[in-house]
Design a protein around this ligand. Sequence first.
Ligand SMILES: *[C@@H]1O[C@H](CO)[C@@H](O)[C@H](O)[C@H]1NC(C)=O
Ligand SMILES: *[C@@H]1O[C@H](CO)[C@@H](O)[C@H](O)[C@H]1NC(C)=O
Length: 365
Amino acid sequence: MESSRILLLFSLITSLSVHELLQPAEARSFFVFGDSLVDNGNNNYLVTTARADMPPYGIDYPTHRPTGRFSNGLNIPDIISEHLGEESTLPYLSPQLQGEKLLVGANYASAGIGILNDTGIQFLNIIRIGQQLAYFQQHQERLSSMIGPDQAQRLVNEALVLITLGGNDFVNNYYLVPYSIRSQQYDLPDYVPFIISEYKKILRRLYDLGARQILVTGTGPLGCVPNALALRGRNGNCDPELQRAGDLYNPQLVQMLNQLNTDIGSDVFVTANAFKMHMDFITNPQAYGFVTSKIACCGQGQYNGVGLCTVASNLCPNRDVYAFWDAFHPTEKANRAIVSQFMTGSNEYMNPMNLSTILAMDART
Ligand SMILES: *[C@@H]1O[C@H](CO)[C@@H](O)[C@H](O)[C@H]1NC(C)=O
Ligand SMILES: *[C@@H]1O[C@H](CO)[C@@H](O)[C@H](O)[C@H]1NC(C)=O
């Protein structure tokens, strides 16, 4: 018994880098949940049509190869990892997520999913949020057998967590087709509180699983993405119906998170106002160095907003002057503007505090 424990300890020490052994307190783990805006490549391992593992995805990634990220380069979690001074989190399904890599955290996100189980059913096999949480629990068991239950719990309590959900419950559910089942079941003003109440259960479970520093992003301006401009908006204006969805959803999300914080008695949940962060560069693209916020870099049809981004699509030569990479997802450049607001934004952007403040605070348990 004792000798096997010593052996385990020995193999652990040899598998950890010297840096980690010397500075255990400085390494903050990062766990990511959600949809395509934050998926680092889990869907590459699944039988699904929601994937970004073909060129020109990844054209500006360090390897210049597709990784499964819905971006020309880095996505929001990658840029947050940079700020944490950590390598990017691996997709949970990656075979490379072993040994010391488990200490960095993981990315459980899966393109196409939503708050509701029936969101994204057209994408077939994707990791719904309940399964993402189950993977988080499994990850903790693996950590526990590696560093012991107390250390594992501490790592999770002190970790940063990001969850990005909700957009697909509109785009890939309620508004997916005219007369969708959900839209027959609920008027929009009743659908929003329904998905918020389901989201509250998910977030409560995340807390119960040990997460204590949780960034929750609201939905972006769904009516202003190139796909909505091409298929729903008029004369290049944002689609008012999808915008109304965000206008209803985002304030109720903030209210629900405030309620959770009150119930818990601590500011565990922090809301990122993704709507406002996006609207800033959509209404004033030039201020961010963009030549357009309407036309996607990669795509076809009006605003390059119709269909998927593939090798056969139009492709802009300079991704840094476009806000949107494909019909739905921002470029790395836009992602950097978003994360910079995560870091230092005022209360209008980050409520009740920004990420610099979180990172400066002593880790809580
Ligand atoms: C979603 O599916 C999971 C797994 O089948 C189930 O546990 C959960 O209760 C479902 N959620 C809702 C809201 O029906
Ligand atoms: C956000 O971060 C900056 C530092 O970068 C800080 O000065 C400011 O007070 C923070 N704002 C809030 C609301 O926490």
